[in-house]
Design a binder for this molecule. Sequence first.
Ligand SMILES: Cc1cc2nc3c(=O)[nH]c(=O)nc-3n(C[C@H](O)[C@H](O)[C@H](O)COP(=O)(O)O)c2cc1C
Length: 563
Amino acid sequence: MNILVINGSPKGRASNTYRLTQAFLEGIKQALSEDADGKGKEDVGRENVSGVHVEELMVNRMEIQPCLGCFSCWNKTPGKCCIEDGMEEVIQKLLWADVTIWSFPLYYYTVPGGLKNMIDRQLPMCLPFMAEREDHVGNGSHPARYDMSGKKNVVISTCGFYTAEGNYDGVRSLFDHMCGRNSYTTIFCGQGELFRVPEVAKRTDEYLAYVRSAGREFARGGISGSTGKALEELLYPKEVFESMADASWGIDKESGEKETDTLTFTRQMAALYRKESYEGKELVVEMFYTDLDECYQIVLGKEGSRVLKDGFKEATTRIETPVTVWKSIAAGEIRGDEALMRHLYKVKGDFSLMINWDKYFGSYGRSADEAEEIQRAEGGKDGNGKGTNMNIMLIPWIVFWVAVPINGYAGSLAGIGACVLVPLLFYQYKKTFYDILTGVLVTGLSVAVLVGAPERIVLSLSYFVFGVMWAVSCLRKIPLTACYSMNNYGGEDALRNPLFVKTNRILTLLWGILYLLTPIWTYFLMGTGIGGFTGAVNSVLPVFMGIFTVWFQKWYPAKVAGG
Ligand SMILES: Cc1cc2nc3c(=O)[nH]c(=O)nc-3n(C[C@H](O)[C@H](O)[C@H](O)COP(=O)(O)O)c2cc1C
């Protein structure tokens, strides 16, 4: 397949639109490469993948002259323009290409001037005679000098307003006339300038993943409905984008004066506030940039956010950071939680705002891989939304501990029953290693009681085994409690947070120690008259431990964050 890319952006390769075009090309190459020899992504980037030949024309480098309107290409030298610049070569490439990708920014609701010159200079490709159009686009046309049937056109463009909708009527009209209505593929994207902002790369990368999917689908026949829909979605909601865009100029909206870079940066951060997260009380985030000695407050309210330069309010949470560190975090160069662990910045006041950062300053969008995976999957369904559930691991143990002291035989059967029934919940929850291990251990202990092992020993041993499971999990990369409490902290992403993992490691160890000690009094209790209540007695300490856990998981991260 011969593909010609015409990049009409005056910025050349630094163009926002060109990034979309590159992603689209990658998609085409992926599809053709996969279809040809079953190979995957690794082939992408080669110029010639499974018969894909790509030629690129950078309009900004070509100095194509405007048409002189002399019609000599029709009457004096049919098919040949009188101006000798690069246009002859452009026409040859248009004839060579099976697919032409027109890539350009929207300028004054149409194509940029340089590209318009190139389009005007295609006149030698037409014959001078008057003709009717079969598709009834406009009135009158000229027949093509060359056979262009079977050639495909793709139009990719970004624009600066929040949406492409309603802004591309000029472009559509031009390409309807040039290529024929509904005879070309389009990707029009608003908020184009965001493609050069590293702080919002998560969302723009997600969009680029959809463009890649579109390229793949185009190579296989046409862009699917679900991908087309994803491409039409706004990168950010209108008001979020517009306040980000307004802030990006670094000019005070009221005075028109230039602002400091740090204030501009703070305003852009404030623009990402999700007002749906408002819970009846204004929150105040104080940003103190330690290297510049500048301080601003972001007030998070019901109607949106605002930035204070003075007249400060009482801060809910104060972040003390060098601006360089915070910018690196915002650009995704370092993880915020990792920087916190390395004491690169400090947090004072209410730490829960930090824990729920994504809730307030939403990281809009999915990761590019996730987005692509969804588009690849038929129907675009995300089947991976299951969380874990600690009860699945705890229930068999609790049944065993409560029931066996009351009646060894019935209690053991109840323990085995729990191990058999609880896994039915896996249709709704994601299973963990500890859920499976629990099933094996509780079944083994129950069988031991059934075959006549002394209940007093088996029960004491069960607490010990349970304690070992917790304590040993501290030596693994992810400690036991983290596998479950991650559900409250953004899912598996929390497992990459070193502070979260460390907090859980400490808690898991403390719980492990509690259960390693429990066999001591269990053994003695089982020998007394209240042996049947051992399960109930052994629930008292965990209740206190549970209260401690709730407190510790807030207190410890806040202590580390405060430096
Ligand atoms: C001269 C000029 C005219 C523009 N006209 C429009 C316009 O009419 N509508 C719009 O939404 N954006 C307009 N923009 C914004 C660009 O379309 C937008 O910044 C685009 O993402 C730039 O893409 P590029 O990096 O590929 O050149 C204009 C920009 C310039 C410089």
